[in-house]
Ligand binder design. Structure first.
Ligand SMILES: CC(C)(COP(=O)(O)OP(=O)(O)OC[C@H]1O[C@@H](n2cnc3c(N)ncnc32)[C@H](O)[C@@H]1OP(=O)(O)O)[C@@H](O)C(=O)NCCC(=O)NCCS
Length: 251
């Protein structure tokens, strides 16, 4: 399979370090794929990697762009899993385990498969994917040009986060909101609860992205690592990772 002609920058491998600065042996792979320029042939290939269940789900989208992005996200995940875990069968079999609905590798994968965690996000024009072996991971992407209703902040954010929003004079209100929101959603997706968790029970802040007020569900802030960036084509992406072994690790 020749992926050199695809409109993507490939997969970035983030290596984690222990407190003493040495590589800890853990890594997290992250990639994004802009979808507007995907060709008919690429989409055909992507569709062939999906399960029957995913194909049925894709057909439910009313808009062709949303269907394309769903297919691209699920295909990118297969591609990235093969890159990160070469021993996994391709295309990997994926399904939700019922606990909060976070998708996992389905039974049938070997014992290494049980340690694998991954997450995807799709928004019109962009998909993002994260994979890891020793971390619970979540990712979110949103168009930075999106206009957000300022009243939502009171609903979604803690007091600390609302105070931070009010002091951001160099960002538009919507951009400041999305910097917080994507981080927060990435954390909930790493946990596997999604938005079912009470979003006000913990706080995150960007620049640099970090947990400020941990909760029992979130765990110690030193277990968390983040990446947040804005792509050339105007999407904001946030990745959150919580180490499983309880040891602090840093990107
Ligand atoms: C998961 C959730 C945060 C997705 O948010 P979103 O911005 O719409 O979508 P994104 O594109 O960023 O992510 C979607 C992907 O997250 C993954 N996902 C689904 N449930 C998840 C969970 N509980 N934890 C982590 N990831 C999850 C899936 O891979 C999904 O992709 P798919 O729908 O193509 O299979 C949100 O739908 C949610 O919280 N769901 C679970 C809780 C819930 O349904 N609550 C409703 C009542 S509060």
């Amino acid at each position: 399979m020749d992926d050199s002609t695809w409109p993507w920058a490939g997969i970035a491998r983030l290596v984690l370090h222990s407190d003493n600065g040495e590589a800890s042996g853990s890594s997290i792979d992250v990639s994004t794929l802009p979808t507007d320029a995907l060709s008919v042939e690429q989409m055909e290939l992507f569709r062939s990697w999906l399960s029957d269940h995913e194909t049925v789900r894709a057909e439910r989208f009313l808009h062709a762009e949303d269907r394309r992005d769903f297919v691209a996200a699920h295909a990118l995940l297969r591609l990235q899993l093969r890159h990160h875990f070469s021993e996994l069968p391709f295309p990997a079999r994926i399904g939700a385990d019922g606990q909060g609905g976070k998708p996992r590798l389905l039974a049938g994968h070997d014992s290494d498969g049980a340690a694998v965690d991954f997450n995807i996000s799709h928004t019109r024009g962009m998909v993002a994917c994260v994979t890891a072996g020793d971390h619970d991971v979540g990712i979110d992407c949103e168009p930075l040009a999106r206009t957000v209703d300022a009243g939502l902040a009171e609903v979604c954010f803690s007091e600390l986060e609302c105070r931070w929003l009010k002091t951001q004079s160099s960002l538009t209100p919507s951009s400041a909101f999305l910097h917080l929101w994507t981080l927060k959603e990435a954390v909930t997706k790493a946990l596997g609860t999604g938005l079912a968790i009470d979003l006000k029970t913990f706080s995150v802040l960007p620049f640099p992205p970090r947990i400020m007020e941990p909760s029992p569900e979130i765990g110690a802030h030193r277990r968390w690592s983040f990446r947040q960036w804005v792509s050339n084509d105007g999407f904001i992406v946030a990745m959150a990772a919580r180490s499983r072994n309880g040891q602090p690790e840093h990107l």
